[in-house]
Design a binder for this molecule. Structure first.
Ligand code: KG4
Ligand code: ZN
Length: 353
């Protein structure tokens, strides 16, 4: 059973973790840079990169100390070092990947490159029993965060095939941009979730936000079908138009807008998953990424899973956002990219699925 130390620094969280056997999280330390980016209403790459550099060493040391309290030589307990190689912000990835290279060289341990989105999908197994492999497959999966919105399918572990994705903004980005427009602060997902909850579904107004559908003739990469892809950029524009025509007068108006906007985002995701579940038989539906914290999305996913008789696998809230436990866990179950010499590899900010 492998014990892996991992680093994650693809965006605005500096994280390190130690995981044994793919699912037993011995430590998971996350330093969130949210307060640093809040004044700008979004992640500023230069600030993110500098903060990663400042924090990475102490975060790794803390992860090791928490995993092996009182151990004189915690490095002797580590079999390999994993890190996110992509996708993500180049200046952020570079810090974690370079640190992992340095540690691997110094400690004489193998270096394992990990795909960030694959790791989000592994997060559903952290602190949970790993399945006897055939039980969870075929699996349909949704990775939904501030940077990504992808629908994937796998017939067996790690054999991911991309079925659909956003062609512009990610779902979390659509929520963050809406919150910025409504002056609700950053990040937008949690605040929109909270405000939407105030309005019971039955009391919701109908604001006609678009569903992000693509026409059949929209150019897409090979293998992707238009009806499993999404577009969120029109949604943000329609919010701007709506707010210009109907400026919110009070908190209740803002709650209504949040509820309708969030429903449009959630509905777009659930409809694509519904289509994919109609098309093929799956045993499980795995959902990971920061937006999977959304309470309305969780509700709608539960109903969808029941309708199609699939088991819903959701990450525990502490592993939904960016964390290094998902990187270490995936590495421990053989999910790293096969390569001859990882030390010779550079980061890959737009790493393909
Ligand atoms: O996975 P994550 O931490 O980082 C990325 O890889 O992007 O996801 C961050 C995203 C942000 O867009 C944030 O607004 C969104 O997750 N988010 C939520 C909620 N909590 C975080 N979106 C909707 N509802 C939430 N409760
Ligand atoms: Zn992420």
């Amino acid at each position: 059973m492998q014990t892996i130390l991992a680093i994650e620094s693809s965006c605005d969280e500096t994280a390190a973790a130690v995981v044994r056997g793919g699912n037993e999280v011995l430590s998971s330390v996350i330093y969130s840079q949210v307060p640093l980016h809040q004044p700008y209403g979004g992640v500023v790459p230069e600030i993110a990169s500098r903060s990663h550099i400042e924090k990475i060493r102490s975060i790794v040391e803390q992860a090791l100390a928490e995993a092996f309290p009182g151990e004189a030589d915690p490095w002797s307990r580590i079999d390999a070092i994993a890190a996110t190689r992509g996708p993500g912000l180049a200046a952020s990835l570079l810090v974690g990947w370079s640190a992992a290279k340095g540690l691997a060289l110094a400690a004489g341990k193998p270096l394992l490159p990990i795909h960030h989105i694959h790791a989000h999908l592994h997060s559903v197994y952290l602190d949970q029993p790993l399945p006897p492999q055939p039980d969870d497959y075929p699996q349909l999966a949704l990775a939904v965060s501030g940077g990504h919105t992808c629908i994937l399918a796998a017939k067996q572990p790690h054999a991911w095939k991309l079925l659909g994705q956003t062609i512009d903004d990610a779902a979390g980005e659509a929520l963050d941009k809406a919150a910025k427009l409504l002056n609700l602060g950053y990040p937008g997902g949690p605040v929109i979730d909270k405000r939407a909850k105030v309005i019971p579904v039955a009391q919701r107004k109908t604001i006609p936000f678009p569903q992000g559908r693509l026409t059949e003739d929209h150019p897409l990469p090979p293998g992707l079908s238009a009806d499993l892809c999404l577009s969120f950029s029109g949604l943000k524009t329609s919010l701007l138009t709506y707010v210009q025509k109907h400026p919110p007068q009070n908190d209740a108006d803002i709650d209504q807008i949040c509820a309708c906007y969030q429903e449009a985002v959630v509905d777009a995701l659930v409809k694509r998953l519904d289509k994919a579940l109609q098309r093929n038989t799956y045993k499980t539906l795995a959902v990971g990424g920061g937006v999977s914290l959304n309470s309305r999305l969780r509700e709608r996913l539960a109903t969808l899973a029941q309708k199609h008789q699939v088991k819903l696998l959701l990450a525990s809230p502490k592993y939904c956002g960016d964390n290094a436990a998902m990187i270490a866990g995936l590495a421990a179950v053989g999910g790293a990219h096969a390569c001859e010499n990882a030390l010779a590899l550079d980061i890959d900010p737009s790493m393909e699925l």
